[in-house]
Ligand binder design. Structure first.
Ligand code: MEV
Length: 438
């Protein structure tokens, strides 16, 4: 107990946890305080959106044990739901039995769309656009010289005809733009707005919408992991039972959109929590992920689970990930800046690699629980802490009371108050409880 190295991160006080993380990540005093309640000032909030009257807090936890491409990563996660941070941390620990997560991200290419209306002949307009592709790309390159200098900029032009639509035929022109370390919405939206007159001049049509696509399928991130068979068993569950249970749970999501929606929601619990923590646009990431899940014409699982030749559990996940480390809230929000420093991503691609790994870990946490004891037990131990606090428990008693409630399978305020009264009166409160999710 006196051995500090043996003290689990989750058993430390908030102050001790922060001190440890700050030490590991080299946070300055300012960055440390950015993670506290005073993180985002009213003046900063007022500069971000309209009609500001306050700021809104959410818990920021650090997921532990992540090894991504051989790098130890501390993962900041912002989320209101209990069990997510603990679940990711525990699964990251299991994934270490197979070397951690192996992840990669495509070049940060975003798609900007232009809808061209009023064309008599789609095919000839398409041909004209493609014939002048170089000119279009050269014009697009002039729009953002900074991006060009950083090695990004326009990469390609695609033209897609839609012959039969509710408003008649139209063309959709895609500008493929490498946005480097940005999420890219601003760069791409500016580029398509500025390129539209040239598209009109070439086609004789009228460019209507000019906006990026959130189906960022040129900017995919993928992760895979292997969990050694022997690491899977626990309690009364054999490793084979857990492995096969996880694979059967995945098969359910692979064939049934009703289940796939929930399965993918579990993945996004992990993905969004890091996306939010780092100041990125989680609605864009959500939209991209779900559209990608339906790319084959039927909504399905974003992940895949199976086994390798030695019987170990293998998992993989592929999602579009339009996230950046420059621009927008990633630079303006002090807590997002501190979170990015903790995570230590050198560029947008390495951030995407961590995020997709967390999504895979989160998916595993949900499937492992669902395939065995159900998710309520894990959820309950954290919920029980909230009930214990509501019942009036303080300090150490919160933990003991919560454990007792879970042990009894009765996480209710009336029972919590009763146990608390017994504890205060020195009566036995119950037996020591089970270990938590971690
Ligand atoms: C709850 O937030 C997420 C789960 O429903 C995911 C799943 O069912 O796979 C547990």
């Amino acid at each position: 107990m006196g051995d500090r190295a043996a003290v689990k991160f989750y058993n430390l006080s908030i102050e001790e946890r922060l001190r440890q993380i700050a030490g590991q990540a080299g946070l300055t005093a300012g960055e440390r305080s950015a993670l506290g309640p005073e993180g985002l000032s009213l003046a900063q909030a007022d500069a971000m959106v309209e009609n500001v009257v306050g700021v809104y807090g959410l818990p920021l936890g650090i997921a532990q044990n992540f090894l991504v491409n051989g790098r130890e990563v501390l993962v900041p996660m912002v989320i209101e739901e209990p069990s997510v941070v603990a679940g990711a941390s525990f699964m990251a620990k299991l994934a270490r039995t197979g070397g951690g997560f192996f992840a990669e991200a495509d070049a940060p290419e975003m798609i900007g769309q232009m809808q061209v209306l009023g064309l008599a002949d789609l095919d000839s307009a398409r041909e004209q656009l493609l014939a002048r592709k170089d000119e279009l790309l050269a014009r697009a390159a002039e729009i953002d010289p900074v991006l060009e200098r950083l090695g990004g900029g326009p990469r390609d032009i695609e033209v897609r005809p839609f012959y039969d639509t509710p408003v008649g035929p139209f063309l959709v022109v895609h500008l493929i733009d490498d946005v480097r370390d940005a999420m890219g919405a601003n760069a791409v939206n500016t580029a398509v707005e500025r390129l539209a007159p040239l598209v009109e001049a070439i086609t004789g049509g009228r460019v209507h919408l000019r906006i990026l696509s959130n189906l960022a399928d040129r900017r995919l991130a993928r992760a895979r992991c292997t969990i050694r068979l022997e690491a899977l068993g626990f309690g009364d569950y054999s490793p084979w039972e857990v492995r096969d249970g996880i694979i059967a749970a995945w098969a359910f999501a692979a064939v049934d959109p009703y289940r796939a929606a929930t399965h993918n929601k579990g993945i996004m619990n992990g993905v969004d929590a890091v996306v939010v923590a780092t100041g990125n646009d989680w609605r864009a990431v959500e939209a991209g992920a779900h559209a990608y899940a339906a790319r084959g014409g039927r909504y399905t699982s974003l992940s895949t689970w199976g086994q390798d030749g030695s019987g170990n559990l293998t998992g993989s996940l592929e999602i579009p990930l339009a996230v950046g480390i420059v621009g927008g809230a990633t630079k303006v929000h002090p807590a997002a800046r501190a979170a990015l420093k903790i995570l230590g991503a050198a560029n947008a691609s390495s951030l995407a690699e961590v995020i997709v790994s967390v999504g895979l870990a989160q998916n595993l946490a949900a499937l492992r629980a669902l395939a065995t004891e159900g998710i309520q037990r894990g959820h309950m131990s954290l919920h029980a802490r909230q009930v214990a606090i509501a019942a009036g428990a303080q300090g150490d008693t919160i933990h003991r009371l919560a454990e007792q409630l879970v042990l009894e399978g009765m996480v209710r305020i009336d029972r919590a108050e009763e146990i608390l009264r017994n504890m205060d009166a020195g009566k036995p409160g119950g037996q020591p409880a089970q270990p938590g999710m971690e």
